[in-house]
Ligand binder design. Sequence first.
Ligand code: G
Ligand code: G
Ligand code: MN
Ligand code: NA
Length: 254
Amino acid sequence: LELDRDLDQALAGDQLALHFQPQLDLATGQVGSVEALIRWHHPTRGLVSPGEFIPLAEESGRIADIGRWVAIAACRQLAKWSDGPLSHLRIAINLSGRELETGTLASQIRDCLTRWDVDPSRLELELTEEVFIASRPENLEQLRELHDVGVHLAIDDFGVGYSSLAYLRDFPVNLLKIDRSFITRVTDRHDDAVITGAVIQLSHSLGIQVAAEGVETEAQLSFLRNHHCDLAQGFLISHPVPADQLEREIRQGH
Ligand code: G
Ligand code: G
Ligand code: MN
Ligand code: NA
């Protein structure tokens, strides 16, 4: 496909960028971490959404190069922030199952961390439930290896994938991100409220932190505070923004 082939140029040039969406630590009121979301400024099509090009890249195999680009960009950003007011920030990057299949993900990420002298605990990997359930054990070993050196692991879009909980038992998960679809109606629907509350309790009982995705109203934020959710992410707090804007927002005390 034409769009997929254009990715080669995007990777070689400067058409890709990471935007960052803050996650508010509800206990401290500070931004504790940011999720990196890739953006593509296509020369003729304008902004192309990752929802459009990531699936294409997964099919063509270009996802491995994108993954490498993202890991490098995230580590460079962490290195840049390391001696300023953003030195406490953790960056979470999204990984697809296809990226684990290359078998070189762990060594690649470790190389990046070393090369930019980044504390591994500043980096978090977001994977969906499907990745944990459908990946081959030897591919998942890479995640264990990264966790052993200090990299954090997060479950993305929790609650809408397969309903197995075995990976919470078998994997060293640091953070569970409750899918946006629960948070959207958490103040209107009893079932969403009960599920959200129960997921927070389950996670905490297992020593896992919880983030809520897609927080758009003060009422949702209050609910999450009252139920001792650890982190909140969503348009109420901030849209995903370029690094310089994030720096301004945090300096202004967001
Ligand atoms: O930012 P936006 O909501 O448009 O993202 C759409 C989807 O693309 C989300 O599911 C998100 O997880 C995914 N995505 C964003 N950035 C990356 C990335 O760097 N790598 C991978 N594999 N997926 C990403
Ligand atoms: O699949 P993943 O959770 O990684 O997708 C993240 C995507 O969710 C980002 O592309 C981001 O733009 C989107 N997003 C983040 N916060 C909100 C929100 O509050 N409301 C909605 N509708 N989308 C959001
Ligand atoms: Mn995510
Ligand atoms: Na998500």
